[in-house]
Design a protein around this ligand. Structure first.
Ligand code: EPU
Length: 431
């Protein structure tokens, strides 16, 4: 009989102790794609051991790279002539695979990548990616479920983004570094992960100005060299542990992550009643909470706003806070989908359009729930830690996509959580 994995959690424990944070998923995946821009060996260190990294490794292997993922390092040997096609079987498993389009186009003059489609958090268009590449002189078409880009002589151009899209900014950056002349990306995303990719591209020989601001300027160069690079730490993983500490009235030291990348989030936690202090002499911060958190309102926005990727954890926090909170989502159109699962744990959440009103409860109550995406999964686990009795979170492969050693880290902090293998409940039904 087929088996599935789930997390079994007994609520009630406080999270106490130290937790290390490795490189950011949302940086590492793009840095792996950036390796396509140079022939030879790229090495990324301090990388997370997660499913998405393994999938991106497979995408690169099918493009002709030799990829080794071991001991927190990713080694990518990119050939002189990489392939140009990424299939649906991989792209549908991980939307970020679309980011190979720009570097492949820049390097080989042609790229064909399966359209990823929408997912559990929203519709997720590619219009800005396509408009940007077209401005650089590529011919971009979409047929039979693939997006195809061709262009052997990309040239600099000014690209105005309708929205500071992380993916579109990275896509255009990676296509423009080898284009002839100057590219300006206006209304660019300002996330730390954007600064990270600009830092790596610059050490590869690219000429980039304005990283971290709304206007990025790229002066195209002939060729790039492979490098060794340490990615920025994962602020979303760090933020998850911080919110978990507050929800469980715990005391957690998050090591390796830069608190300045979480300024609004940590400020909200202070408003909720937490004590937050940066570590002295090393990267990291400590979050301690003694009483029940106060209700707080949160509004997601592109960086430096409150991150949409912490929205499920913010709603989980509001569910156990003292009072009513309003949480507004401005980035994805279906991020509230997971709320139905959270209400199974007893949370009182009402949504209307992109607003949610949450009336906090002293305790939630354990129940079986299903993770619908990476962050929803993490939010449900945090809620389960504050629930009476036992909860089971299924579809944990979502959580494995983005959180390295999730169960081990939580156990290290004192949570009662185990990964268990159970017979597939759908199997007897024959589906
Ligand atoms: N959008 C368009 N057209 C485009 C591009 C984006 O309409 O051409 C829309 C999207 O549909 C969305 C909004 O713009 O409504 C923002 O999308 P953005 O491009 O900024 O997001 P992304 O690059 O697809 C990355 C992260 C997400 C994170 C967002 C926002 C990766 C692999 N993913 O997605 O992370 O939520 O930025 O910060 O970097 C996650 O890690 O769980 C995750 C979803």
């Amino acid at each position: 009989m087929p088996h599935v994995e789930l997390f079994r959690i007994t609520g009630g424990a406080r999270l106490v102790g130290d937790v290390p944070v490795s490189g950011a998923k949302n940086s590492v995946l793009k840095l792996m794609a950036a390796a396509l821009l140079a022939e030879g060996r790229t090495v990324l260190t301090h990388t997370p051991q997660i499913l998405d990294v393994a999938i991106m490794g497979e995408v690169l292997r099918r493009l002709g790279c030799a990829v080794t993922i071991a001991d927190g390092a990713i080694t990518i040997d990119c050939p002189a002539r990489p392939g140009s096609e990424a299939d649906y079987d991989l792209v549908r498993r991980m939307r970020a695979a679309i980011c190979v389009l720009g570097p492949l186009l820049a390097r080989t003059g042609a790229a064909k990548v399966a359209l990823p489609g929408g997912d559990a958090i929203g519709s997720r268009g590619l219009d800005m990616h396509i408009a940007g590449l077209t401005r650089l002189g590529a011919e971009v078409t979409s047929e039979h479920g693939f997006v195809m880009a061709r262009g052997t002589s990309l040239h600099g151009a000014t690209v105005w983004l309708d929205f500071p899209s992380v993916g579109a900014t990275e896509q255009i950056l990676m296509a423009s570094v080898l284009a002839k002349g100057t590219t300006v990306i206006d209304n660019a995303a300002r996330e730390p992960e954007i600064i990270d990719i600009c830092t790596m591209l610059t050490s590869m020989g690219a000429r980039i100005g304005g990283a971290g601001s709304s206007t990025i300027e790229v002066e195209g160069v002939e060729e790039l060299e492979p490098v060794q690079h340490r990615p920025v730490a994962d602020r979303i993983v760090a933020g998850t542990w911080a919110i978990g500490a507050v929800m469980t009235r715990g005391d957690v030291t998050v090591r390796g992550a830069d608190w300045r990348h979480l300024e609004i989030t940590l400020d909200k936690l202070v408003t909720a009643g937490a004590a937050v202090e940066p570590l002295l002499g090393s990267l990291g911060f400590r979050v301690a909470m003694e009483q029940r958190p106060r209700a707080i309102d949160m509004v997601t926005l592109p960086y430096p706003g409150f991150p949409t990727d912490l929205l499920p954890m913010a709603i989980a926090l509001a569910s156990v806070a003292d009072g009513a909170s309003m949480v507004t989502e401005n980035v994805f159109d279906a991020r509230f989908m997971f709320v139905n699962e959270l209400t199974r744990l007893g949370a009182d959440v009402r949504t209307d359009g992109h607003h949610a009103v949450i009336r906090g409860r002293e305790r939630l109550s354990g129940a079986p729930v299903r993770a619908t995406d990476i962050r929803a999964g993490a939010g449900l686990v945090l809620a389960a830690l504050c629930a009476d009795g036992v909860s089971e979170v299924s579809d944990v492969s979502h959580i494995d996509r983005g959180y390295p050693s999730f169960v081990d880290h939580l156990r290290g902090l004192g949570a009662e959580i185990a990964r268990v293998d159970v017979p597939d409940p759908d199997f007897p039904l024959g589906f």
